[in-house]
Design a binder for this molecule. Sequence first.
Ligand SMILES: Cc1cc2nc3c(=O)[nH]c(=O)nc-3n(C[C@H](O)[C@H](O)[C@H](O)COP(=O)(O)OP(=O)(O)OC[C@H]3O[C@@H](n4cnc5c(N)ncnc54)[C@H](O)[C@@H]3O)c2cc1C
Length: 394
Amino acid sequence: MEISCHTLIVGAGITGLTIARELIEEGVEDIVIIEKENSLGAHASGRNSGVLHAGIYYSPGTYKARFCVEGNRLMKEYCRENGLALKETGKVIVTDEIRQDVLFELKKRADQSGAESIIIDHKQLREIEPYAAPSEKALYSPNTAVINPMEILVSIKEELESTRKVRFMFGTSFSGLRDSSIAITNQGSIRFKKFINAAGSFADKIAHSFGVGSQYKVLPFKGTYKRLVKKRSYLVRGNIYPVPDLRNPFLGVHFTRGIDGYVYIGPTAIPAFGREEYGLLNDLSIESLSILGRDILLFFTNDGFRAAAVSETKKYLRKYLLSEAKKLLPEVKMDDIQDTPKVGIRPQLVDWNSKKLVMDFILLKDGDSLHILNAISPAFTCSMAFAKHVVKEF
Ligand SMILES: Cc1cc2nc3c(=O)[nH]c(=O)nc-3n(C[C@H](O)[C@H](O)[C@H](O)COP(=O)(O)OP(=O)(O)OC[C@H]3O[C@@H](n4cnc5c(N)ncnc54)[C@H](O)[C@@H]3O)c2cc1C
């Protein structure tokens, strides 16, 4: 069987869905979205912290810095217009005196990106988060919010279907190209004029099959969460974060009051054994062994990676997690923390030439195909603004 369409999008995560929305705005009428899973949100878009970030962390000029503030605004507007869950909880970033310089660097970055943030003192911090670690200075972000990612995915899918300009094909996996305009899938071939690769953790492989981005490879990092027992969830009103290690793209273990009212601790960012390996060791494959090999190679050759891998792997240990958590919330005790099944995988891109973790999203255009790589956090937040940019570039 062969079908045809104007634009073929691979991946029905938030990136693929928001791009389809923008393509329709631009007058594209015939879009096919293929998704290898049988339902929405099986991977990062349905397994994240649900935080609408405010745009504080990112280096000036990066896609993250350019699209987070506007993405936050657009996503909030979308939730309000469609009656979807949105809690404008705000966030504080706390630190000890030693790392106060990082706090001021974050303030500078936030100002450069147009993100609202306020340096507050100990007394103001007490009013916002009474149980947060006493910090002489902290950074307050009033625009950080939480949403329900699955609800947003479902809503956008319904909106796209109602236009009758988008066909969804679930259980359909892209496996290669026949010539430059026919995609091969397990459900037959699809002839396209334009091709958008929004395949998350497999975006590098798909780009390679078009002959682009060969220096980039995904290294998966697992994010697990614990949570506070319900009776102790009063300890956190919104979000309490540490100052991050700016050399790596992870924000450090933090507390987030989710849309369900539970206070989550995490996510960790531990090198994982597979791109979709959500269990502990149940996906040992050739790929997992090669990932291990790569980890070790990077571990010994790159400072930033070593810092990330060592500090993040330690967070697997309950005791270590507790000691990190206590730095943000001194009253928290081992008994207050319970396990959750919540787990996600960050498909972190590595530039194999420089052996460095890639910090920003990557857009690779090659003729009629466009490849979105490294759509890592805060790509959910950025998605609606980033999609406008992607479609303009195409
Ligand atoms: C633990 C964790 C916490 C996070 N927290 C936040 C947060 O609080 N705020 C925030 O803004 N961001 C957060 N993120 C990041 C955010 O979730 C992702 O950046 C975003 O969801 C990426 O969306 P995507 O559509 O690009 O990828 P995905 O959601 O992974 O979607 C890609 C889709 O492509 C499909 N696919 C792959 N290969 C093929 C193929 N060959 N054929 C067909 N389909 C294919 C996959 O099945 C998948 O459904 C977090 C991520 C993780 C993992």
